[in-house]
Design a protein around this ligand. Structure first.
Ligand SMILES: [Cu+2]
Length: 145
């Protein structure tokens, strides 16, 4: 069975796997931002192991002013992004945020995302539960290096 509480608080490891009561997150990474960029992007896989849908009501990180999850849509050959609201992970489902698809946008970066550093992203669920995700910053997907 899954751990009742998120233990990420206790783990400093870049590869920490976050286990929470109703949502788990893995494969998290954020791309190094170009010099001067005010927007960054992060990827991760959200998994809802439970029997009821999980809604994420807010996403925050000390690294940026405003964090949203976007979908990438093809509008007559033009790639556009739109915010996914509400952000729901259905029971037993996985929501993958990955390059070219759905992604997490860190808007209003307070400073550049530098390789080898980490940002912490907190996901607040409709239940009030907070899931903390440690996101390593990398030029490419760490899982593919
Ligand atoms: Cu976006």
């Amino acid at each position: 069975m899954l751990l009742k509480f998120c233990q990420c608080l206790l783990l400093a490891s870049a590869s920490a796997l976050c286990q929470a009561a109703s949502l788990t997150v893995d494969s998290a990474w954020a791309r190094v931002s170009p010099p001067g960029a005010k927007v960054g992007v992060a990827y991760m896989t959200l998994f809802n192991p439970g029997a009821v849908a999980v809604e994420i009501t807010s996403i925050e990180t000390p690294a940026a002013a405003n964090t949203q999850v976007h979908d990438t849509i093809n509008d007559n050959g033009m790639l556009k992004m739109r915010q996914i609201v509400p952000l729901v992970v259905a029971a037993g489902e996985r929501l993958s945020l990955e390059p070219g698809g759905k992604h997490m946008m860190l808007m209003g970066l307070h400073q550049g995302l530098t390789a080898g550093t980490e940002v912490v992203v907190s996901l607040t669920l409709a239940t009030g539960e907070v899931v903390l995700v440690t996101v390593p910053v990398s030029q490419t997907n760490p899982a593919e290096q």
